[in-house]
Design a protein around this ligand. Structure first.
Ligand code: FAD
Length: 414
């Protein structure tokens, strides 16, 4: 199908790259604009999981009692830079409001409506890009090192079950039969057999971007500073190297989307929830699938280049210098969970998850400008939800009924 309309996608992370590919499939002349290379920001260093079992939102019942203590505990999974506290306060007030049980249930159901379509969204793109070698379907295990942690997460796992997630309950020995390297301290586990992960998140995005270019798409390396907006909507991107005329726009710039949404008249509470990873390059511990430690709030994934351990939510400006003491905390958790985990070459990374207080992305048309669309705020699930988000954006742009009800993801819901 040919479509002469010029559409720009701002941001070549996982989300923007998938949007660009789906719009290209509709016949649009698409330009994918990024100040850097594809997949080099938040999409670079994630844990690679296609998180189909992650419908529970971050704000869960009882979180209000846990947050204050966590902020003063150096080993806690939640951190805030004090210089950023005043800016983040309105976000936290909304976050706490989202921990009410009826909001939790609704937020989980909305997340699940996207999670149900993860493979419908991403698999065709991976197949077209011949990128199947970046994928592994070896399952996921949630581990618990105490009965208290197991009992304490009963509601979260019930929520998963009620949203259709298939979970097998294992005792510690059964867990070690699947993952022999696992610490003896693990007493319980849930396994999700049909879970897949990528063994190289950044190269997966680059493979998708290569497909986009091979199919005639334009990659433009520019820093976008704003828009030329007329009575008919957005007319051009303003960039540090001049204007780029466009007919339609998709904002998919991860955590940096907040400023662009604001320029388009939408005030969204998007914050950088910065996560860290430690990469054990060349580690030869055998892992059968990914692990999420519920007690330690870290995930561990076997990747092409070694074993990656990551986690932590640090609220700070996206550009603030990383605090790699956090990556060392994450590392200690990994070593405790897999006692034989070692590497001669450790590397560390920080990346900003784009997070809304209700743990749902914004996917929709700009309320103010009919030719602009938003696709951002996928917090812990941007890799997972990128493909289906791209598909939904293409349905919106072509004025077709969307395959998921997008009302929970409206930009003006806040
Ligand atoms: C430790 C950690 C572990 C994670 N694990 C998982 C996981 O297992 N599974 C999962 O699904 N998700 C995971 N995530 C979350 C996931 O990484 C993010 O949700 C996802 O990468 C967001 O993708 P994005 O395309 O929205 O943003 P990004 O990848 O950040 O892309 C935004 C792009 O916009 C560009 N941009 C910004 N401003 C401008 C500008 N002015 N001009 C031009 N370009 C601009 C940037 O250069 C960037 O390339 C994890 C995150 C972290 C930190």
């Amino acid at each position: 199908m040919e479509n002469s309309s010029k559409i720009a996608v701002l941001g070549a992370g996982m989300v923007g790259t998938c949007c660009a590919l789906y719009l290209q499939r509709e016949g649009y002349a698409v330009t994918l604009v990024d100040r850097g290379g594809a997949g080099e920001e938040a999409s670079f260093g994630n844990l690679g999981g296609f998180g189909i079992a992650s419908c529970p939102p971050a704000a869960m019942p009882g979180v209000i009692k846990k947050v204050p203590g966590m902020l003063f505990d150096a080993d806690a999974p939640l951190k805030i830079r004090w210089g950023h506290a005043a800016r983040a306060l309105p976000w936290f007030i909304r976050f706490i409001a989202n921990s009410r049980i009826e909001r939790v249930e609704a937020n989980a159901a909305a997340r699940q409506s996207l999670l149900d379509k993860v493979h419908e969204g991403i698999d065709p793109l991976i197949a077209d890009a011949n990128a199947g070698h970046f994928m592994s379907q070896t399952g996921l295990m949630f581990t618990f090192e105490s009965e208290a942690a197991f009992q304490g997460s009963a509601y979260a796992f019930d929520l998963r079950r009620r949203n259709g997630v298939q979970l097998d309950l294992l005792d510690g020995n059964e867990a070690r039969q699947v993952q022999p390297a696992l610490s003896k301290n693990v007493v319980r586990a849930y396994r999700v057999a049909n879970f897949s992960h990528t063994v190289d998140p950044m190269r997966l995005v680059k493979a998708l971007a290569t497909l986009f270019e091979q199919r005639g798409g334009t990659m433009l390396r520019r820093t976008v500073t704003g828009f030329d907006i007329g009575s008919d909507g957005v007319r051009a991107l303003r960039t540090t190297d001049g204007d780029v005329a466009i007919e339609k726009l998709v904002v998919a710039a991860g955590v940096w989307s907040r400023q662009f949404a604001k320029m388009l008249g939408s005030d969204v509470p998007l914050e950088a929830e910065r996560g860290y990873h430690t990469m054990f390059n060349g580690a030869d511990v055998k892992m059968n699938g990914a692990i999420i430690s519920v007690d330690r709030h870290v995930a561990i994934t076997p990747m092409n280049e070694g074993i990656r351990v990551g986690g932590v939510a640090e609220f700070a400006a996206p550009e603030a210098a990383p605090n790699f003491a956090v990556a060392k905390l994450v590392r200690r958790h990994g070593e405790a969970l897999l006692p034989d985990l070692k590497s001669e070459r450790i590397t560390e990374w920080m990346g900003p998850r784009p997070s809304h207080p209700d743990s749902k992305p914004v996917i929709g048309r700009s309320p103010r400008h009919g030719n602009a669309y938003f696709a951002f705020g996928h917090d812990h699930l941007g890799l997972t939800m990128g493909g289906i988000t791209g598909k939904l954006v293409s349905e919106l742009v072509t004025d077709r009924p969307t395959s998921v009800d997008l009302s929970p993801f409206r930009p003006d819901r806040f």
